[in-house]
Ligand binder design. Sequence first.
Ligand code: ATP
Length: 206
Amino acid sequence: MPKVIGLTGGIASGKSTVSELLTAHGFKVVDADIASRQAVGKGTKGLTRVKEVFGDEAIDEDGNMNRSYVGEVIFNQPEKRLILNEIVHPIVRDIMEKEKAIYLGQGYNVIMDIPLLFENDLQETVDEVWLVYTSESIQIDRLMERNDLSMEEAKARVYSQISIDKKRRMADHVIDNRDTKLELKQNLEDLLLEEGYIESDTEEAQ
Ligand code: ATP
């Protein structure tokens, strides 16, 4: 039976890097960030709902969601964030479930890449949870570097999530990403071997 694995971590802990490695091992990845963008894509019902709640300024001149405007509104008015989530989350879930069902039907093991899996209480929607772990200080360093942020900005983003050490205790398996990318690859392969997804001399999933 193919498995459904929830892949999560903290911001900049290395989920995308791990997703790419898993794809190379034959897993299919369903990405929550991509689904969230599709949910409010140009011409969608989702975007029409956003316009009804946030006004015409929520749409830019090309007909896409004006992310910086909507982002600013929900930052200043937390109740609007809840409304946005009520619009977007069910659509995202629907997109992801459909994608998952297709891959499972084709016999693939599926990775549900969900950054806020624990924050949104989605543990029960997957067979098991794998967490990409790194320390908070490394998260902050990598985030500053990748997004060109100040220390304060990076800290604010990291501290807005459930702490990675708490998430670590809730996960079924932990993939350590405190060291180099080469070490990460090795740690992931150790897990895949342990869980029977690959054999010691071949590296095929399924
Ligand atoms: P987000 O939640 O913000 O989307 P993420 O968890 O998907 O992030 P990645 O984008 O994979 O994280 O990694 C964050 C940054 O850290 C990237 O620039 C990536 O290249 C870098 N990175 C990841 N792992 C390592 C590592 N072991 N050593 C050095 N840099 C790394």
